[in-house]
Structures are given as structure tokens and as C-alpha cells.
Unconditional design. Structure first.
Length: 442
């Protein structure tokens, strides 16, 4: 069934980037059937259902290339004792307890609620990284079910590490990767790995072997904190990226998350192997780990995308955080205006293409119908020439009204249609204190 999203400002992005006032996007099934002037689209597709988008701007749905749905129930939780003083303490005292305390229903709710948040923020594609050592086998199926129910797209993986049991999680990834196969455009799979400093050579080699046989990439945290670099230098006499490259982890389908503490030679390896990097500015600032050398990575031709690392699901906020952080860190008000939007709008689409085999992040005839429709009355002229100014200083604070993925309306008039938010949040409020209690006993 066809739908005309009409009378809004359409920003197509992609190669033929154009801004169309009084525009319309016509969707038919899971794809965009046509984009153009609203009156012309009405003439060409008179039978299509109409969704009035006047006073709104129609953008391609946003993509998040690194998320942790499972972190949801940590919100508002008190941690006994002195505050964690560094990154490793944050892991040991918070995240490695949260993931162990999660049970089956927690995992489902911990996915459903951030998925609702994604829809609320116009984020229609997510690459997630999951951990739940207390309920590991089958956990990716629970998340898959939540993703299918929500209607967005997600690439899923389980975080392998040697921290509790050697190679824990390898079987869950292998099972899920085989189940997903080439994927259906909605669900994709990767080989999830925690980080160099929690994985032996043997464990990494097993992961790489499975990923290589299945033709999928590895999704791993890299040099997020100086501790990861120091561990690799001390134990293996080489920096983190060198070690991972030597073990076969790098490659076009792999995602190296963070890359805060890397040197020039490591950046060259990332560029030469076409490995993607995902930058998570809010998370890096929250954990006080340092600043990713973003401008240098980009200048070396590394594909750098943007994620939230579980801090939330609002990609416009994340983009503006990257913009502000790199201006300040470089003490230069000339930088990051082009680069921060590039991570979100172009590079995340390029990374998603490697995972889903789809051209996302663009509104054009024949492409997937994923849309974020925001309330926006531009106070100044808006065209393709000055769109980035509106993105950074206006749209970042605009409300998403309607979210569409695979041609299906998931939220309209700010009401989530695919899931019962009130009921799920109420249930999560019941279960979270029980999870917090179990966590105290770990
Ligand atoms: Zn992460």
C-alpha cells in the first residue's frame, strides 16, 4: 500500500542531495516509490494514503552504529562504596555486574525500551553490542524478537570475553550468525567481542575463524581507555590495533569502537584494512577516557561513524556533542562543522551498508523507506547549501513527530504505534529494583 508523506520540507541527502520545499515522499511497501513536488506526487499517486507533513521536515531515518541496549536498567541505580575512579573500576563495579544480573525478562525489556527511544528519536537502524553472562544462550533471540516487534533494523552480537569463563559467548554468536545467514534487511549479525584486554589470543582466533567462515565482521571496543593500550603493550609488546590486525580482526566489515588511545601507525592500519571506527563522544566524556583523534582519522581516510555506546538513542544530540567536543579539544572554531554531520549522515550509512547490504541514510526512488519526520519551522532560509547549519543549531532541538522504517509508520503524532510504552516502562520499573538487589549480591 502506498503512502504520500506530503507538504513538508524533504531533505534527500545522499549523492543527489536536494532540499525540496512543499515536497513529498511516496512509499510503496518497504521502498520509496518517488520523491518530488507535493502537487506532482499527488497527481502521480492519487490513490496513495496521505500523511500531512506541513510544518515538518522529512529526513532519512538516523543510524546508530554502536549501542548497548542492555544498559537500560542501570538508570538511576545507586552503586555502593566510593565512586569508580577510572575506566576499569567503572567496568568492574558497574557494567560487569549489571550484565551478570540480567535475567530473561530483563533482557527483553532492556531492548524494548531503548528501541522505543530509538523510534522516538527517529533512529531506524542500530548496531547493538550485548552482554548478559547470567542468561547468555538464546539472549540474542530475545533481542531479535524485540527488534522485530519494534519495526526498526538492528545488527546484533554478543560480547565475547575471557573475564568469567574462557571464550564465553562464542557459541551464542556462532549460533545467531548461522541463524541470521545473509539477513533479511531487518536483522543482521556480527561477531561480538569485548576488548583486547579481556581476550586471549586463542579466544580472539576462535572468534575470527567463525566470523571469517560466515563472512561477517567483528564488533569490538578498541583502546577506549589507556588501560587497553598498556595491557597490549605489556603482554604482547605491540599496541592494540597492531595486535588485533595480527590476529585477523581488522577488515572492511569489522567495527573498532572508540580508538581513543591509538598512534599514527595504528591509524594507518585502520585505513589500509578499511576497518570502520565508531566514535562515541558522550560516552568518552562520561567515562573521562580521553578524546578520539577524529580529525586525524578522517584525514587518513578512515571510515568513522557515530554511536551512543548506550548513553541514549538520540543521534542528533550525539552529532552536536561531537561537533562541540572537537572544536574545544582542537581549540579551533573552524573544525568539526562538516565532520560531525559527516559521521552521522554519510559514514553511518556506509557502515550500515556493510552490515545490511542496503543503501540507508538517503531518500531516493527505489531505496528503503526509512524516515524521520521532525517538527521544524525554519526561522531563516533553508536549502541544501546551508542545511548543516540548520542541522547543528536547529534540528538538534526539534521534536521527532513521525518515524517510518521499512515503509511502516512506527510513531505518528509522537505516539508509538508498534509497542505499548506505558505498560513496558511500568513492568521495567517493577523488575529493575529486583535486578539491582541481585547485583548487590554479586
Ligand atoms: Zn560500547
Amino acid at each position: 500500500m502506498a503512502t504520500r508523506f506530503e507538504n513538508g520540507i524533504v531533505v534527500m541527502l545522499g549523492e543527489k542531495n536536494r532540499v525540496l520545499w512543499n515536497g513529498a515522499v511516496v512509499t510503496d511497501g518497504e521502498r520509496v516509490a518517488a520523491v518530488g513536488n507535493a502537487a506532482e506526487m499527488k497527481r502521480r499517486f492519487p490513490a496513495a494514503e496521505s500523511v500531512d507533513c506541513s510544518g515538518k521536515i522529512i529526513l532519512p531515518g538516523f543510524i546508530c552504529t554502536h549501542h548497548h541496549f542492555y544498559s537500560t536498567m542501570a538508570r538511576g541505580m545507586g552503586i555502593p562504596g566510593e565512586p569508580a575512579a577510572n575506566f576499569v573500576e567503572i567496568l568492574e563495579r558497574l557494567w560487569w555486574k549489571v550484565d551478570r544480573a540480567l535475567d530473561e525478562e530483563d533482557i527483553t525489556l532492556s531492548a524494548q525500551l531503548p528501541l522505543i527511544d530509538c523510534i522516538r528519536n527517529g533512529t531506524t537502524t542500530v548496531i547493538d553490542h550485548h552482554a548478559s553472562p547470567g542468561m547468555r544462550d538464546g539472549s540474542l533471540d530475545l533481542i531479535e524478537n524485540a527488534v522485530r516487534q519494534s519495526g526498526v533494523r538492528a545488527s546484533l552480537c554478543y560480547e565475547v570475553s575471557d573475564r568469567n569463563v574462557l571464550g564465553a559467548g562464542i557459541a551464542e554468536n556462532e549460533r545467531f550468525i548461522k541463524k541470521v545467514g545473509k539477513g533479511d534487511g531487518q536483522i543482521a549479525a556480527m561477531m561480538g567481542m569485548h576488548a583486547s584486554f579481556t581476550m586471549s589470543d586463542a579466544t580472539i582466533e576462535r572468534c575470527v575463524g567463525i566470523a571469517r567462515d560466515a563472512g561477517v565482521g567483528c564488533h569490538i571496543h578498541v583502546a577506549e581507555d589507556a588501560a587497553d593500550r598498556e595491557d597490549s603493550l605489556a603482554k604482547y609488546k605491540m599496541p592494540t590495533v597492531n595486535r588485533l590486525q595480527k590476529l585477523g580482526v581488522a577488515g572492511e566489515k569489522s567495527i573498532f569502537v572508540h580508538c581513543v588511545h591509538i598512534d599514527d601507525a595504528e591509524m594507518d592500519i585502520l585505513a589500509a584494512t578499511k576497518t570502520s571506527v565508531v566514535h562515541n563522544p558522550e560516552s568518552n566524556m562520561n567515562n573521562a577516557v580521553g578524546v578520539t583523534p577524529l580529525l586525524k582519522l578522517l584525514s587518513k581516510g578512515v571510515l568513522v561513524g557515530l554511536g551512543t555506546d548506550g548513553m541514549g538513542s538520540d543521534m542528533l544530540a550525539q552529532m552536536r556533542c561531537a561537533y562541540l567536543l572537537h572544536r574545544l579539544a582542537n581549540h579551533d572554531p573552524r573544525v568539526a562543522f562538516m565532520e560531525a554531520p559527516q559521521l552521522l549522515l554519510q559514514n553511518n550509512a556506509a557502515i550500515a551498508k556493510r552490515q545490511f547490504g542496503l543503501q540507508l541514510g538517503e531518500i531516493a526512488e527505489g531505496l528503503p523507506a526509512d524516515l524521520a519526520i521532525l517538527d521544524y519551522q525554519p526561522p531563516t532560509p533553508l536549502s541544501d547549501a546551508n542545511f548543516l547549519g540548520h542541522l547543528i543549531f536547529g534540528l538538534v532541538d526539534a521534536n521527532v513527530d513521525t518515524t517510518v522504517c521499512k515503509g511502516k509508520i512506527l510513531m505518528q503524532g509522537k505516539r508509538i504505534l508498534s509497542m505499548d510504552e506505558e505498560r513496558l516502562a511500568a513492568r521495567s520499573r517493577e523488575l529493575a529494583p529486583l535486578m539491582w538487589q541481585r547485583l548487590q549480591e554479586l
